[in-house]
Ligand binder design. Structure first.
Ligand SMILES: *Cc1c(COP(=O)(O)O)cnc(C)c1O
Length: 456
């Protein structure tokens, strides 16, 4: 058997990408206030800002789009998608939303009160923000290995059960539910093992607490379980996914990830008593419960995409892609979160910029350098994203300084990855030229999206 794992698809429709000169990119980045979120996408050569809603849909999905039933209430497309979600999640209640954060907002507003605390392996940024805006503390309790980029562990997304138990004992009355993010995006796209998930659910149940899963990348997580966890090698990925969902009382999903669509999300719930208030709030903010802020055609594309996202050839190729870039980085002596996760490679900025003070935001600086050097757009997952400027003017910093290169699904080929590996190696060679930044304007929440910076 040849060893090369090829893209398990051929390309039917193409979109040109444009090379810019370094001088152009310097001007463009200055105009973007040194914030790559403010660049125009057409000024980016390889756009690895996010894997969220950026992937290529299949011919079958485009075909399904023509079948969209745009009826306001009771559309056929809703029932088609509901059947797929029910089959995969085993949960009786399904509510579409326009994307993941809408699912979070609706569910948290229904289930949480100010003064409460929610444990998770790591909260994704919108998840954290949607809790904090309600006055709820979002507590990250990932295992210690999950915070050490170079440390090898098959399931670095696992939650630290001893710390969860201590929290339940000390402040159980403040906890509305436990959460777990599959895969752990913020912590490096790292999977959670079935054993950890099962034990966490049991621990919560002993304390009378429900489990809500953030399942944006449930299929990638299921594939990691198949490849790494004893006893799962011969189980179909869909059956593994079904077992994952069997431990949960509810979930929020951004379908822009493993749903293989450009927009969409949902809430699925097992508990009957939650559905009424969730539905009422949904009508207030998203729309009627059989479309939830989406068009009928979006529901159709998702019904197909959820199944394609569970295809094992696709998942094997997908996980291998990240692993391949990791191998190239390792050969160039660049640190990254190891082992590589499902949807992204997270470069450890400290391995490139060991001497830059954290107050100059080394991961943000590296992110800018990748754009300047090769037109590659990644995203900082460090102290701009997770630090804060306190009311008294002091700054808090994140424990890790990472640059996430997130891969849109079914979009870039191996030569794009080879090119990126060369650019990253070149940036490391020239690390002395990389400048840090200071933030000159920032909003109160999710500051990385819109902040403005200048060179230190
Ligand atoms: C993307 C994402 C979300 C939010 O979903 P959106 O569709 O972007 O609103 C929540 N949690 C995780 C883990 C995510 O990756």
């Amino acid at each position: 058997m040849p060893k090369t794992l090829i893209e398990p698809f051929r390309i039917k429709s193409v979109e040109p990408i444009r090379m810019t000169s370094r001088a152009e990119r310097e001007r463009l980045l200055e105009e973007a206030r040194l914030n790559v979120f403010k660049l125009r996408a057409e000024d980016v050569l390889i756009d690895w800002l996010t894997d969220s809603g950026t992937g290529a849909m299949s011919a079958r999905q485009w075909g399904a789009i023509m079948e969209g039933d745009e009826s306001y209430a009771g559309a056929r497309s809703f029932y088609r998608l509901e059947a797929v979600v029910r089959e995969i999640t085993g949960m009786p209640h399904f509510i579409p939303t326009h994307q993941g954060r809408a699912a979070e907002k609706v569910l948290f507003s229904t289930l949480c009160q100010a003064g409460q605390v929610v444990p998770n392996n790591c909260h994704f940024d919108t998840t954290r923000a949607n809790l904090e805006v309600l006055g709820v503390q979002a507590l990250d309790l990932v295992i210690p290995e999950g915070l050490e980029p170079a440390r090898l562990h098959p399931f670095k997304g696992n939650i630290d059960l001893a710390r969860v138990e201590a929290l339940l004992q000390a402040q159980g009355d403040r906890i509305p539910f436990g959460m777990l993010t599959l895969t752990n995006n913020t912590g490096g796209g790292q999977p959670v093992s079935m054993a950890n998930l099962r034990d966490y659910a049991a621990l919560l149940r002993r304390h009378g607490k429900p489990l809500i899963l953030d399942v944006c990348r449930f299929a990638e997580n299921a594939m990691f379980i198949k490849m790494r966890e004893p006893g799962y090698a011969d189980r179909p990925v869909q059956a593994i996914a079904q077992e994952i969902f069997s431990y949960a009382d509810g979930c929020t999903m951004s379908a822009k990830k493993d749903g293989m669509v450009n927009i969409g999300g949902f809430i699925a719930l097992r508990r009957d008593e939650w559905i009424e208030p969730v539905r009422n709030l949904l009508i207030l903010t998203e729309g009627f419960p059989t479309y939830g802020g989406l068009a009928g055609r979006d529901l159709e594309a998702l019904a197909v995409g959820l199944r394609e996202g569970l295809d094992e050839d696709y998942l094997r190729y997908r996980l291998r892609t990240a692993e391949y870039l990791g191998e190239r980085l390792e050969a160039a002596g660049i640190g990254f979160v190891r082992p590589t996760g499902g949807h992204a490679v997270y470069i450890d900025a400290r391995s490139v910029l060991p001497d830059m003070p954290v107050a100059h935001y080394p991961a943000w600086a590296l992110c800018n350098a990748l754009y300047l050097e090769g037109g590659i757009r990644g995203v900082e997952v460090g102290s701009v994203m997770f630090g804060k400027r306190l009311d008294d003017g002091r700054e808090t910093f994140h424990t890790m300084e990472l640059v996430r290169l997130a891969f849109p699904r079914r979009m870039y080929t191996q030569s794009h990855f080879d090119y990126a590996a060369e650019v990253i190696a070149e940036v490391k060679e020239q690390a002395g030229r990389i400048r840090g930044v200071r933030i000159v304007r920032q909003p109160r929440h999710l500051r990385h999206f819109t902040c403005e910076c200048e060179w230190v």
